[in-house]
Write a protein that binds this ligand. Structure first.
Ligand code: GLN
Length: 534
């Protein structure tokens, strides 16, 4: 087994996850089987309980593991379907070590960071890539962080154990451009590499994030000070158009060649064409449209990362550039003229969410879409909102609501699932992960998927209340997808509407640039039809 470790230097938010994912993509293009892994040094067990405005979206894996959004990049860039084995936090390590200590597994020994914590980390790396040729592990955080030290120490030990043969270290770093001086600066990189060497890690490859191209002199300098060959100084320019340019960009810097050589891996020619096709489509769209994203996190794209990506994928699929206009749900609550907000909008998308803030505004957006024949796509909370709006304004249940918002509502069209009612703990206790869904033929939902059964990923506590199903269907809102085992409503579709669909799951987690999710792609097709007919 070969191991690639990716660390980050100088600043956070360098796009290490994208670099790791793109390297995974390149190695797959060369016929290798890749296993992707992310280690996060924070003490939370998982990001499930963290605020998305701080940490970005919580990405959900097929097995229900709640993870960092980088795992989403890995699944979009590679063919891997990840599980809880592909993600690890310090919180999980300490939880496991302390459990073993309580069980007496350490036979009276003093329990220490070295070797007990580091062994735990190494075990997770060794256990990862059963069916793979190479494991790529990204370490979250930045070199020099105190909390990252046990991870780096474990990597150093692992390199030693493998006799330095099957292990490769890639350090992703920033080369800042000082506008006043008009030059790029390598010092922060030198210092961050020095920090790594201090703990016994010599990077093999330096990936330099930079706004402007780095000169040959600059490459020589980085090579000399960081102790890597010049050809292993890789330039990673800021991406202008799309993140999906990255595999081609890194390929042109020969990153995959260098990695394969250094790890002595036999690999095929790099078949990069599919990625180039993706970029080509993004660069030269046939048309343009605008989707309104009615949201409560306004300035943090990362909070809805997979939604943005799925929209982009369906743009690629429909040969069109989809602009996303974020509409503040709370502002909708206060406005006199809601149509002003939607005057340049060709479709309305309501993403998932929790809690009361902005709910009434979201309900107004769903009403506007329903009444004006504007394509509407509701994800998770977005489906629940569609149901509440329909109950209030079509069935005339004025106080209809979800019991999440108003527990004592007299029309709880959305209510907590039975098995959720006695749960008091927050972490990992929702309905999580992949569940089957059976579709009703002859509906737009069925037509979009083109199959009778699908599997989709969930993350919610509340569900459509089946007591209302009959009256909803009689008045035109049909359950077009249900869980065959639990008889839960998973998809609602408005019959008399060009395209109005809400799903209780998160289809965005299964969309890929080369394979847009069928519902997203059908939504964007409807958006284009609506735009043409306006
Ligand atoms: N808050 C809602 C629930 O828990 C919706 C969750 C979501 O959108 N992910 O059911």
């Amino acid at each position: 087994m070969k191991y690639i470790f990716i660390t980050g230097g100088v600043v956070s938010s360098l796009g290490k996850g994208l670099t790791a994912g793109s390297l995974g993509a390149l190695l797959e293009c060369r016929g290798l089987r890749v296993c992707m892994q992310k280690f996060d040094p924070y003490l939370n067990i998982d990001p499930g309980t963290m605020n998305p405005s701080q940490h970005g979206e919580v990405y959900v894996l097929q097995d229900g593991t709640e993870t960092d959004l980088d795992l989403g990049h890995y699944e979009r860039f590679t063919t891997s379907v990840l599980s809880k084995r592909n993600t690890l936090t310090s919180g999980q390590i300490y939880e496991s070590v302390l459990q073993k200590e309580r069980n007496g597994d350490y036979l009276g020994k003093t329990v220490q960071v070295i070797p007990h914590v580091t062994n735990e980390i190494k075990e997770r790396i060794y256990a990862a890539g059963e069916d793979a040729d190479v494991v790529i592990t990204e370490i979250g955080g930045t070199t020099g962080d105190i909390e990252g030290l046990p991870f780096l120490e474990a990597l150093r030990q692992l390199a030693l154990e493998s006799d330095y043969k099957n292990v490769l270290f890639i350090h992703v770093t920033l080369i800042p451009f000082l506008r006043a001086a008009g030059e790029l600066k390598t010092k922060p990189t030198q210092q961050s590499v020095a920090k790594l060497r201090e703990i016994g890690i010599q990077p093999d490859i330096i990936v330099c994030r930079t706004e402007i191209p780095i000169s040959d002199d600059m490459r020589q300098k980085i090579s000399l000070f960081c102790n890597v060959p010049v050809k292993s100084v890789i330039e990673e320019l800021d991406l202008k158009i799309s993140i999906y340019e990255l595999p081609s960009l890194l390929h042109s810097e020969k990153l995959d060649d260098i990695v394969c050589q250094k790890l002595d891996m036999e690999a095929g020619e790099c078949i990069i064409q599919p990625w180039e096709n993706v970029v080509e489509k993004i660069k030269f769209p046939q048309r343009e449209c605008t989707v309104g994203l009615v949201a409560k996190y306004l300035d943090v794209k990362d909070a809805y990362k997979s939604v943005y990506e799925a929209i982009a994928h369906s743009g690629i699929r429909n040969d069109c550039k989809v602009n996303v206009e974020v509409i503040d749900a709370e502002e909708l609550e206060q406005t006199e003229s809601i149509s002003e907000f939607f005057k340049d909008i060709d479709g309305i998308l309501l993403p998932g969410g929790f809690g009361n803030r902005g709910i009434e505004g979201k309900i107004l957006a769903a009403k506007f879409a329903r009444e004006h024949g504007i394509p509407y796509f509701g994800l998770c909370l977005g489906m629940q909102i569609a149901a509440i709006e329909f109950a209030r304004n079509v069935l005339m249940y004025a106080d209809a609501n979800s019991t999440e918002m108003v527990p004592e509502t007299s029309h709880p069209v959305i209510r907590m699932m039975f098995d959720q009612r006695n749960i008091t703990k927050k972490g990992g206790t929702m309905r999580l992960g992949s569940y089957p869904c059976k579709l009703v033929p002859g509906t737009k939902t069925y037509e979009a998927y083109g199959s009778a059964y699908v599997n989709e990923r969930h993350r919610h506590r509340y569900e459509f209340n089946n007591e209302y199903r009959e009256i909803f269907e009689a008045k035109g809102m049909i359950a077009t997808g249900t869980n065959p085992d639990l008889n839960l409503v998973e998809i609602l579709e408005l019959r008399q509407h060009p395209w109005f669909i809400g799903v209780q799951f998160h289809p965005e987690f299964q969309s890929k640039p080369q394979q847009a999710h069928p519902l997203f792609s059908s939504f964007i097709a409807a958006v284009l039809r609506y735009q043409a007919g306006r």
